[in-house]
Structures are given as C-alpha cells and as structure tokens.
Write a protein that binds this ligand. Structure first.
Ligand code: K7E
Ligand code: CUA
Length: 685
C-alpha cells in the first residue's frame, strides 16, 4: 500500500488506517491472484480484498475514503436533492447527493418526449404556448435556464415549488414538487433578457426576475444612438400564490432601472427581509460597435473602477404598486425610475468593477459582492446601508439615483484570489466563493455574529481547494437559506477538459463534490460527475426529507395541469369514440397490458380530441402513448388523465402503442387508428 504524501495529513493517515483495519476485519482474504485485476466476478457471499482491488485499480487510501463517503448502495437513497439548471437544454436535473447520481431530468422550457411535455395542443404544449410565442408566432422551444430557486418558508427551503428563469427570453417557470412537473411559464412583457433570477423571498410571496441587457422597455424600436434616453433596465417581482401554485401576473409589477446591465440579485432575509440587492455591470453604458472602431463591449463595459450594487426596497415598492403609482408598459405595471427615486425605492452602492455574484449571509446582515476583475470579495453591512440611507446621499448617478458612500457601508474586503464569482455559506461561520480564473473554491471566515463559530480570525481566507476547471457557481447544502447545513458543496465547473473519457469536441460540464463538514483547512474534493448538458449555471441543494413527492396521483382521473380530478376523464367500462359532425372524441383507458378501445376508426378531415386515463394504482406502472406520424407522445403515470387533439389530415392505418415497457405483454399494448379517405363511399357515421 502506498500513500499519497501530498494529499495525506497525519490525522488523515490515522483515519484511513483505522478504516482499512476495520474493513480488513470484515474481509475474507482475496480468492483471486493478488496483484492483477480480477477476472473472476466475486461469488455471492464472499468479499474481495479491498487492498487488492485498490492496488489493481490504482486507488489511494484517500480515494477509498472518498468512495466510502459517496458510495450509495443499491436500494439506498441519497441525503439531498440537488436541483440543477440544465442550461441551454431548457430543462433541469434532479441529482442525488452525495452519490451524484442523476435521478431525473425535468421538462421545463423545451419539449421533452419521455414526459410528453410539449406534445399535443390540449396538453402541455399549452404551457409552452402560454409561456410566450417567439417572433415567428410559434412556441419557443429552447431556453437558457440559469438560476433555480426553491420555495421558502421563513427563509428555509420548504420543498414545495421550484422556479427557474430563461435568460434568453426573459421567462420564469414554476415546477410543482408534488409531481416534479412544470405547471406554468410566464413571459416578461417588457423586456427580452433576464439574468438576475430566479430568487424567492423568504416566504415566497415574490419571485424575483432581474434583467440583463438594457433595451427600450415594451419591445419598441429605438436607435442605439438613443441608448441613454430610451434604453432601460428593469427588475420584475412576480407575485406567487402558494395555494394556487401559480404566479399571478395580474398581481405582479416591475421597476424601471437605468440602462446598466443588472446582473445577479439576492433577496434579503431576516433583518434585511423586504430588501433586494442586485449587481450591475456596464455602468459605462457602452453600446458596442467594434466593427465601427468603438471599443468592444468587453472593454467598453469595464472602464469604471466601480459599478453599482442596486439596493431595492421591495416592501415599499409593493406599497407603491398597491397604491397604483405606476405606468403601464405593454399592459404591465412598471414603477418609473422617477417614482422609484422619489419614493426612495432605489439606492446605489459603489462596488468594485464588473461584479458578478451578490449573496446575502444567512443572518441577513451582510451582502457579499464578488468582482470578477478584482481579487477581493467586498462585504457590505445591511445596518450601515440603512444608516447611510437615513443620512441621505450627497452623490447621484446621471439619472438621479442616490449613491451611498462606499466607506460608509463597506464592512470588509477579503482577498481571495483570481476571478471571484459566487458565494455560499455553511453552519460554521464560513463563506465559500468560486474563483473562476484560479479554478478553486475559497473558504473564508465571516465576522459579525458568525465570528465565534470557528477558530479562524474574521474576514480571512482560510483555505482553497482546486477544482477542474473554470468554476462558475458553487452550491452548498441549503447554502442560501437562514440555516445552511455545512455538509456538502458542489463546484459547478464550466470546463471539464481532461476529467472524463473523450466524447468529441463538445465536452460535458463537471460537477465536483467537496466535503465541507470539517472546519479549517480540510476541504477535500471527493467526486467528479459529468453533467451531459451545457451550461448549468446554478443549482440548489435541499434535504431529501423535505421533498415529499406523490408516489402515484391521488385519484384516478387526475389532471396534473389543474392538480385536481377531472370529472370528464375516461372511466373503466365507459370507454368510447363519440362523433359530433367532424368532431371525434376518444375516451380511452390504459392498464397493463391494453388500451381500450383498441380500434379507433375515423375519417380524413376529422378533428380528433383524445383523452386517456391510466387506471393503474401501482407505483411506477406508467404507460406511454405514441401516435406515429402525428407527432404525438404522452406519458400517463398511474391515475393521470392526459388529453391531446389533432386534425386527421392524413388517411391510412396508424398503429398506436405503449412506449413504456410496462409488462411482459407490453408489445401487445397497441391498437389501430384507421383513417378512411374522406371520399370513401363506405364512410359511415
Ligand atoms: Cu453563469 Cu449565475 Cu448566469 Cu455566474 S451566472 S457563472
Ligand atoms: Cu403499457 Cu407498455
């Protein structure tokens, strides 16, 4: 046995030896020839020699410890869900921690065949359609998903709902964690791109959607020469109705902001509940035009030493909105910039140039800002910000927004390294910041009420763990709640480079699991996981026992779009095909291993509405329904009713069938849709 000296500390060595000794007691000595890889599968009831396996696979003692920390035996469940953005796929992932196993992909903004999401007019295509049409009048079929937000109660994840934004099209989706289905997509009516979302307020009254690239609000044309006068930023507050499980657009509003590019936001909590903090870049108001000899955006938007942290009084903004003190932009209430200034809703705090992350500490006392072109994180004090607002500003931006004095509100600056981006927190008084340029996770100690939680002096860098490579976000277990767990942290790395088997020029992303349970400098990286989608910006990690999904739908005939029983759902014994002129309605049931009816005879030119109820009550007895050529696929989980409609534009014989291997006679679970030519003499009513 060889020890890797670089990665092994004396304490660790003792631990490893103890683990190995304990394992050795249990181990029956290896029945294979020592040294080489085993060619014989272990026989049931025997155990192989762990040292021989480690030697054969080239594993270090540290590798074995890491394996023991993450390995999750067959049938055992993980401790946490990690809900990750699926980036440009427009979907999300549910991943188990610490095993890092992908449990499910969640259909959100993009048609997804397995779950039948986005197929068939009466079904979930409606959600995509209601979520906004593209310039061609058709539903958008992709999204740049960015930041998931779990619903919260009193600042703790409650496991009920999940939200995520689409940066490309300024949309926000609502996912119900009872069945892990997307229930709603809202499309922002005043702007095109968002980035500072989604974030939930501590009791999920508001879902925050901050903007990004400034434009004339409400989709009007204006020459880019009019940038300062006509282009604007915004932040939108979507009101969430928890009982309905829906965003209520009629009770939502936005605030007009200067045409800086608002970036990441975070909601205040506890003492700062009711406030929102958003970064901005491009306070230079660069308008590009590298082809005309102008500085390109990358330098034009990086001239100023300071950009502006936007400090927004959401509580008061909601009052201004409720009082009707807003303008109408494209039918959406927008509090004007002038009103926002007059009502004291908006203050600026100078922040080191081109910041990215804005993160509020678990006690709500501090806002951590990371400037990607500055090796420090800057920590602002909420109390000092309140005092400075009280005192009044003496400086103003070109639009009249009051600028607080940096020295009045800054609490600390901590030098961490190159390219700090995002920050998360634990239960030991530490913060964790991703270092993009350095490819590392930095652990540093907080001051204030966190000071006594660890041995390290406040506001100091404690340790760094290298990650591979180009880390963007990081996410800690319950890491942006009022009580983070301090167990696991996942580095969400943009580049995988050499970590996995080659798969051509397009590489996966690399999620790396770090054990953050020990204080001080011990923060080992324990596992790599390729995420086969780009680019998953952010994720949230919630204790598994807080999420309580249904095993099967509560009653047969359940409509998951309304989350209630639909009285019209096809019932066993009442299956039929009804005709009313050219309108045909199919009432079908599914149970292992047949659809009823097995023949559907219609005519070319009919408009067909088709309902299918899965009358099963057994866990996992899902049927799929495929109607080839008509581009229909749906998933019918136990108890669910699904509906779709189409025009029978093509005559012929169409075999429909079940797409889930549901039983030994699954291949027989099919039927024929016979579409007679409309001029056929034998066509009968
Ligand atoms: Cu990629 Cu949060 Cu959009 Cu940083 S953001 S990495
Ligand atoms: Cu039902 Cu296969």
């Amino acid at each position: 046995m060889t020890l890797n000296r670089k990665s092994t500390r004396p304490l660790m060595l003792v631990t490893v030896l103890m683990i190995l000794a304990a394992m050795a007691v249990l181990v029956v000595s290896c029945r294979n020839n020592a040294g080489g890889p085993s060619t014989n599968a272990p026989t049931a009831g025997t155990t192989e020699d762990i040292n021989a396996i480690a030697a054969a696979r080239g594993l270090t003692p540290q590798d074995l410890v890491n394996a023991a920390k993450t390995y999750t035996p067959s049938g055992k469940h993980d401790e946490y869900y990690l809900f990750a953005s699926g980036g440009q796929s427009g979907q999300m992932y549910a991943i188990g921690l610490p095993s890092m196993r992908i449990i499910k992909q969640l259909a959100v903004f993009t048609p997804e065949p397995w779950q039948g999401f986005g197929y068939g007019e009466l079904g979930t295509l409606r959600i995509l359609r209601e979520g906004g049409l593209g310039a061609d009048g058709k539903p958008l079929t992709w999204a740049d998903t960015h930041h998931p937000a779990l619903s919260e109660t009193n600042g703790e994840y409650d496991g009920q709902f999940l939200f995520i934004n689409d940066k490309a099209n300024a949309r926000v989706a609502v996912i119900d964690l009872r069945d892990f289905e997307t229930k709603q997509i809202v499309n922002n009516p005043i702007t095109l791109s968002d980035h500072g979302g989604t974030f939930a307020t501590p009791n999920t009254e508001w879902i925050i959607e901050g903007g990004q690239y400034a434009m004339p609000l409400g989709f009007k044309y204006s020459s880019i020469e009019n940038y300062e006068s006509d282009y604007r930023g915004m932040i939108t507050f979507w009101h969430f109705n928890r009982e309905a499980g829906r965003i209520v657009p009629e009770e939502s509003f936005a605030i007009e902001l200067p045409p800086y590019w608002q970036d990441l936001c975070d909601s205040g909590k506890l003492v700062s509940d009711g406030w929102v903090f958003c970064n901005s870049i491009n306070t230079e108001m660069a308008t590009g035009g590298v082809e005309l000899g102008n500085p390109p955006f990358e330098s034009g938007a990086s001239q100023n030493d300071m950009d502006f942290l936007h400090v927004i009084n959401l509580k008061k903004a909601a009052e201004v909105y409720a009082a009707g003190n807003y303008d109408d932009v494209n039918g959406f209430p927008v509090i004007s910039l002038d009103t926002a200034i007059a009502e004291g809703l908006l203050h600026f705090v100078p922040e080191p140039k081109s910041p990215h992350g804005s993160d509020v500490t678990p006690d709500g006392e501090f806002i951590v800002v990371a400037g990607k072109l500055d090796p420090h994180v800057t920590v602002f004090s909420f109390q000092k910000i309140m005092a400075a607002i009280e005192k009044g500003a003496s400086d103003f931006d070109p639009f009249g927004v009051p600028i607080l004095d940096f020295d009045d509100v800054m609490e600390a600056q901590v030098e961490l390294g190159l390219g700090p981006l995002h920050t998360q927190f634990d239960n030991k008084g530490y913060a964790y910041t991703s270092l993009f340029l350095e490819s590392a996770v930095a652990r540093w100690s907080l001051g204030g009420s966190f000071d006594k939680l660890n041995e390290d002096p406040p506001w100091t860098l404690v340790t760094k763990t290298p990650v591979h490579y180009n880390i963007g976000h990081l996410v800690a277990a319950e890491g942006d709640t009022v009580s983070p767990d301090g167990t696991w942290l996942v580095a969400m790395n943009k580049w995988a480079v050499d970590r996995f088997m080659p798969v051509g020029p397009l590489l996966p992303q690399n999620f790396q699991l770090l054990d953050i349970s020990q204080p001080g400098t011990n923060m080992p990286l324990v596992y790599d996981m390729p995420l086969p989608d780009g680019e998953p910006h952010y994720a949230q990690i919630i204790k598994a026992d807080k999420v309580k999904p249904w095993d099967v739908y509560p009653e047969v005939g359940w409509d998951s779009s309304t989350m209630s029983v639909w009285e019209g759902a096809p019932k066993q014994g009442e299956e039929r095909v009804e005709r009313d002129g050219n309108n045909v309605t199919v009432y079908m049931t599914a149970i292992r291993s047949h659809f009823t009816p097995e023949r559907v005879e219609i005519r070319k030119g009919d408009h067909v509405t088709w309902h299918i109820t899965n009358i099963e009550r057994a866990l996992d007895a899902t049927h799929g329904f495929a109607l080839p050529d008509y581009n229909i696929h749906v998933s019918i989980e136990p108890g669910k009713v699904v509906s779709f409609e189409f025009d029978a534009v093509q005559d012929g014989v169409f075999s429909y069938y079940c797409t889930e291997f549901c039983s030994a006679l699954h291949l027989e679970m099919m039927g024929y849709m016979l579409v007679e030519p409309s001029d056929s003499a034998s066509a009968a009513d």
